[in-house]
Write a protein that binds this ligand. Sequence first.
Ligand code: G3I
Length: 421
Amino acid sequence: MKSYIALALAAPVLVSAQQSMWGQCGGIGWTGPTNCNPPAACSTLNPYYAQCLSSVGGPTTTARTTTTTARTTTTTTRTTTPVTTPSTTPRTSTTTTTSSAPVGTGLDALIKSKGKKYVGFCADPATLNIAQNVAILRAEAGQVTPENSMKWQSIEPSQNSYSWGNADTLANWAQTNGKIIRGHTFVWHSQLPSWVSNINNKATLTTVIQNHIAQVAGRYKGKIYAWDVANEVFNDDGTRRSSVFSNVFGDWTFLDVAFRAARAADPDAKLCLNDYNLDYSGAKLNNFVQLVKDLIARGVPIDCVGTQSHLVVGNGAIPSFKSTLDALASTGLEVQITELDIRTNASPSSQQITQQGNDYRSVASACIKTAACSGITIWGVSDKDSWVPQTFSGQGYALLWDNNYQKKTTAYNGFVAGINS
Ligand code: G3I
């Protein structure tokens, strides 16, 4: 009788200490609940992370199978699409190939359970050489974006001389591990080799753009979910950025050339226009939206808009992030958050850490609440490999894992809360 009473008293404690679906239930440094509310079961994904997941056949498996089926399908169908097919042509799936891809987990599985397509991260061989990064990517990502390896400077440093090694490594890793890929990027003023930026003839530049895109998009045809066909074509004041492309063409029609070349090379990849600092309503966002509408109106094949979202903790752009996504969605195209990070002091105060958690929640929530928002790419796995400290002196702490590849619980849980909102 005595032991029965003891058990009865203990029972509520046990129940309240159980973790719900998708919650963390173990891993190095974890001090929270290690049991899951049925039907979830605690699954060890890597030494640093165990998560409450449904058993095989549950929503997690369904999500991955659906995604991979779509990708497999697209490689076998729309190969004869004319180059000039309007961007708004729906992506159709007609085959029923089943998937053998690994079951998705972590943040990616969670966002899929809310009807979105992916949570992804930028990566490259330098990232993949670090075991902790690989463990995190396997557990949390459904998509990877090459941070540098597919940029023009990296992949065609000399005319018609291609360096495929790093890009191939990233693409092969993604395929082997069941991750979709966002291709990044073709027409960009930065990381552009001088043999391109020195061109001053429109006919030559047209051919060079077409050839570059045919080669690169052609090589990865059928493996890319979406390409950043053009990147950062606006100045912050909303005017057209000066670049070899805009200067030689004298107008926006270099975009027509690039998007048409991309559609011709990989008819199934979604084609995006990507930019940063769209987070501040004003001329840049307005002109970006208008340009996209103009491209659509003249039949340029564009499917998606990317907002990089390099944000600052506590910045006023974050509370209005939902309205930014709404403005982008007014194009009628898919909206992707393509390079999310939220930086602050490299050694943040506790207040900044708390605010960062709130900010990650706001961004994720805005995507969840915007039907056109399909997914979120975070620009790096850990703070150790982030571009931020090299660019903004004294700043950092922008990502979800710290300099020691440890999960930043406040930021991560904020992001999870946003997805669950
Ligand atoms: O690969 C060379 C290496 O051989 C050399 O020894 C070393 C010396 O500095 O440089 C290495 O190249 C660096 C490259 O990253 C690869 O690590 C470049 O210097 C460095 O400038 C480059 O930075 C990248 C930056 O784009 C270039 O603009 C960052 O990693 C990358 O995160 C960043 O990503 C951009 C997006 O593509 C577009 N949106 C903004 C975003 C952040 O700047």
